[in-house]
Design a protein around this ligand. Structure first.
Ligand code: ARG
Length: 580
């Protein structure tokens, strides 16, 4: 149980005994100044308002019924009726003994796990992955890790785009390249970006080619074998490219998690029939449209969602309706989390509203669009190459590792080459991911190499360094954390700060699971690492004159911090190392 939970239940009991209605919250909060204690219970004020009595007098009444002698040194009333709680060092030590001994980081698995479907990464396979796919891939993967750690049943869904009209020209071009010989075709496909450009150019310049491309889309979607084979060849290569990036990025997606747009092809006609049968879809200028009053604009015009084009083709939205249905009815999802660019906000709202309205999903399912902003360059405009092109994700990641390598070499020349390479990989990739994850995801952010690779400040290298520093202490002490005996003993304010932080890890992780804001976890880890640095300065560990019990307790604290940092970084998909 977290400190907050323990205090909540104690204060709640006291409130009830003081005659306060049961549904009044004890309103436990962390104090923001040490003189106000470590935690505050602010519930008396809300209760007094409801009961129309004096809040300070009510707080006094609560205090009379509140027994925190085992937990707190002091509980005092402040202001209009705050209860300031000063926790006991001994009690914090014993909490650490229960929550953080062995290899526990104090996380309990969910008693009734949810089935959570997570739609993330989901690139369009016609082209190579570019920086625009970074955020969805890493934020989504972080949520996968968080929910799995909490014991939920997580189902990854990589909703890749493999079915649009573009595939007609791509397979027509592939057919021609293959006719020149397999080797040439392979070379052409080794650069998907160029392959796309060439196909597009031919589509625009060569009328015969364009006709064939259009014909191939139709044939592909109706199951023509020749077109299917070419298409499959292209898709395999494009997927392989994405998988290489996932591996570089330490993102846990694999081929089994791909459920592409094409997988819903056979369900689309049924979606349309259902919408028609329910009188939800109507013809409008040849297309089939659903008008949603629920999302009407200020003037009262309903929001239109096109589900079938003139000529019978289906749309992105139709596929998303089929996907929502599959996730609810076949996968049995309690929650579906979509990590998609904020610009698709209206699309998601329409899909969610219509899925419920048409009964494609169960009533109690939670469909959640967790939107994110754009990654910007130094000029505040969307991140581009110098010549204005899209930045390939692969090149960005390679550059990150190279830059990290330079830094590592400057800092430490004694590392063996293969080790420094491995460190550079972890630091470079970690830096890119952390710089993204530590920002409030709904905002745009400016991509900056120097700040993300800085060893000071709220960065991955800072946290990785904090971890490595603890490992160095254990090497110096010549003990393994496993062999430590003794108890946590909290005696100074730096230790107390760390104890309070460590005991907050679980609630931080739970909060991320609920709201899908990984920056909350980043801030937590940064506070923890900063607390560690202050602790080093104030509290000697291995110096002569430090008695055995103090030394052991401080080592225990270091180990608990290292394990928490490691676990926390792992939830962000960032690796640690024993030295750097
Ligand atoms: N492929 C789409 C894109 O690149 C993202 C798909 C997101 N997922 C979804 N269910 N719509 O914009």
């Amino acid at each position: 149980m977290s400190i907050r939970q323990i205090l909540s239940s104690r204060v709640q009991d006291a409130m009830i005994n003081a005659g306060i209605p049961e549904d009044c919250s004890p309103a436990i909060a962390e104090s923001n100044k040490p003189q106000f204690g470590d935690y505050q219970a602010n519930g008396a004020m809300g209760a007094a308002k409801r009961m129309k009595t004096n809040p300070r007098a009510l707080a006094e009444e609560v205090l009379k019924h509140l027994d925190l002698t085992d937990v707190a040194d002091k509980v005092e009333i402040a202001g209009p009726g705050f209860l300031n709680i000063h926790l006991k060092n001994e009690w914090l030590g014993s909490q650490l003994d229960t929550e953080l001994s062995g290899d526990s980081v104090g996380i309990q698995k969910a008693e009734s796990p949810d089935t959570v479907v997570i739609d993330y990464s989901s690139p369009n396979l016609a082209k190579e992955m570019h920086v625009g796919h970074l955020r969805s891939s890493i934020i989504g993967d972080s949520l996968v890790r968080v929910l799995e750690l909490l014991g939920h049943n997580v189902i990854r869904q990589n909703h890749v785009g493999d079915w649009g009209t573009q595939f007609g020209m791509l397979i027509a071009h592939l057919e021609d390249e293959s006719a020149k010989g397999t080797e040439l075709a392979d070379t052409a496909l080794s650069d998907l970006e160029a392959f796309y450009r060439d196909s597009k150019k031919r589509f625009d310049d060569e009328p015969d080619f364009a006709d064939r491309a259009r014909d191939y889309v139709v044939r592909l979607q109706s199951g023509d074998e020749h077109c299917r084979t070419l298409w499959q060849q292209f898709i395999d290569i494009s997927l392989k490219h994405s998988e290489d990036i996932y591996q570089k990025l330490n993102v846990t997606l694999s081929r089994e998690d791909v459920r592409a747009e094409s997988a819903y092809n056979d369900d689309l006609a049924q979606i349309i029939d259902d919408l028609k049968a329910q009188g939800l879809a109507q013809e409008s200028e040849g297309a089939l449209v659903v008008f949603l009053e629920e999302l009407a604009d200020k003037k009262g015009n309903p929001s239109p969602i096109i589900v079938q084009k003139t000529g019978g083709g289906f749309l992105y939205a139709t596929t998303d309706l089929a996907a929502a249905k599959y996730r609810s009815q076949t996968l049995g999802a309690d929650r579906v989390l979509y990590f998609i660019d904020a610009r698709q906000g209206l699309h998601m709202k329409q899909v969610f509203t219509l899925s419920h309205k048409a009964g494609f999903v169960s009533d109690d399912i939670s469909l959640e669009h967790h939107a994110f902003g754009t990654m910007l360059g130094e000029d505040g405009k969307p991140f581009k190459t110098r010549s204005g092109g899209t930045v390939k994700l692969e090149e960005l990641l390679d550059e990150a590792v190279e830059r990290a390598q330079q830094q590592i070499l400057e800092r430490n020349q004694d590392l063996p080459a293969d080790e420094s390479k491995e460190i550079a990989r972890k630091v470079g990739i970690g830096a890119v991911k952390y710089a993204d994850l530590c920002k409030t995801r709904t905002n745009d952010y400016i991509f900056n190499w120097d700040s993300m690779l800085n060893f000071e400040g709220n960065t991955a290298p800072y946290l990785q360094y904090a971890y490595a520093r603890i490992q160095r202490i254990f090497r110096k002490a010549e003990v393994s954390p496993k062999d430590l005996t003794g108890n946590f003993n909290i005696s100074c304010k730096e230790e107390k700060f760390l104890a309070l932080e460590l005991l907050k890890f679980e609630e931080t992780v739970r909060q991320v699971a609920e709201d899908a804001y990984p920056h909350v976890l980043c801030s937590y880890l940064f506070d923890l690492a900063s607390g560690l640095m202050s602790f080093y300065e104030a509290c000697p560990i291995l110096k002569d004159g430090v008695d055995q019990a103090t030394r052991d307790s401080r080592l225990l604290l270091c180990d608990a911090i290292a394990r928490t940092l490691k676990q926390g970084l792992d939830l962000l998909g960032i690796e640690v190392m024993d030295r750097m």
